[in-house]
Design a protein. Structure first.
Ligand SMILES: [Zn+2]
Length: 280
């Protein structure tokens, strides 16, 4: 039995000078160097291995919207530092850095837009903003977007990408779980559809609240979805975890998800579902 085989291919590492910034991206999964233009055309999905690259909130919105005619809600609600929290860095400083890096005011963008001619309200989380973490303003913006959708009788969609509740706002972040859940409860009473799209990763307080409450829950391929990390669970239950644990594929098999949709088909799938659910 041969334990190690020499690979039959040669790994080419492009020299720095051959790779001008912003022209090529190395796939995080297969290591293939992909031409950025090709990656954009392919909805930021690796053409070699189908790896779904992470996308920012606005990239998501632009990918799903018919055109640039969207109305952004509540951009002016700014986060504060209610606990005057500081770990290795003051929270206020982290917020300022995240705002500068992403150009966003908070980790969620809420808009009213159109998908195949149908108006919808969308809340997209941005992992680039402090790991897409849910804090007071994120919860508030989600709730306000739900209220708007309710008022206008529109479907509501979230694109989730989050590491969970933001610890820098402590209990105030955790309170956003029941708050968003209650808002969705009222939304459901009005018979309006809510679709949650879970992307890599959707974990912690977001997975334990609005991400899991969709009338239809969709995931992108190979997305990490769960509450606590696998290591914590393994230590707690003192058992080996099954293969594929906490992936969308595993959850689909166990009835926790409705479908896994490849990114290029996401828009048409959402449109089809909205048409069915809104009976239009
Ligand atoms: Zn790849």
């Amino acid at each position: 039995m041969v334990w190690f085989r020499k690979p039959k291919y040669t790994i080419l590492t492009p020299k720095k000078k051959d790779m001008p910034d912003g022209l090529w991206t190395k796939c995080e999964s297969c290591g293939e160097i992909v031409y950025n233009k090709k990656l954009e055309e392919n909805f930021r999905v690796c053409p070699e291995c189908d790896y779904h690259f992470r996308m920012g909130a606005w990239e998501r919105i632009r990918m799903l919207a018919d055109d640039d005619n969207f109305v952004e809600y509540d951009r002016d609600i700014m986060p504060t530092d209610p606990l005057r929290f500081s770990d290795t860095k003051p929270y206020a400083e982290r917020l300022a850095e995240a705002q500068k890096k992403t150009g966003l005011t908070e980790a969620v963008v809420t808009v009213e837009m159109q998908i195949e001619g149908m108006p919808v309200v969308v809340g997209a989380l941005d992992f680039g903003f402090m790991g897409g973490s849910m804090a007071s303003v994120v919860g508030e913006k989600i709730c306000r977007a739900i209220e708007k959708a309710r008022e206008k009788k529109l479907p509501f969609i979230t694109i989730c990408s989050s590491g969970g509740a933001r610890m820098q706002e402590g209990i105030l972040s955790l309170m956003q779980m029941p708050k968003t859940s209650a808002a969705l409860g009222l939304f459901a009473e009005d018979g309006l559809p809510y679709i949650a799209v879970l992307t890599n990763p959707t974990t912690g307080g977001v997975s334990a609240s609005f991400a899991s409450l969709g009338d239809i829950i969709i995931a992108e391929p190979k997305a990490l979805i769960g509450f606590a990390g696998p290591r914590v669970i393994k230590q707690t239950i003192q058992q080996e975890l099954p293969p594929g644990f906490q992936t969308g594929e595993f959850l689909l098999e166990h009835g926790m998800l409705d479908m896994i949709v490849h990114r290029p088909e996401l828009k048409s799938t959402l449109a089809r579902l909205i048409r069915m659910l809104m009976n239009s």
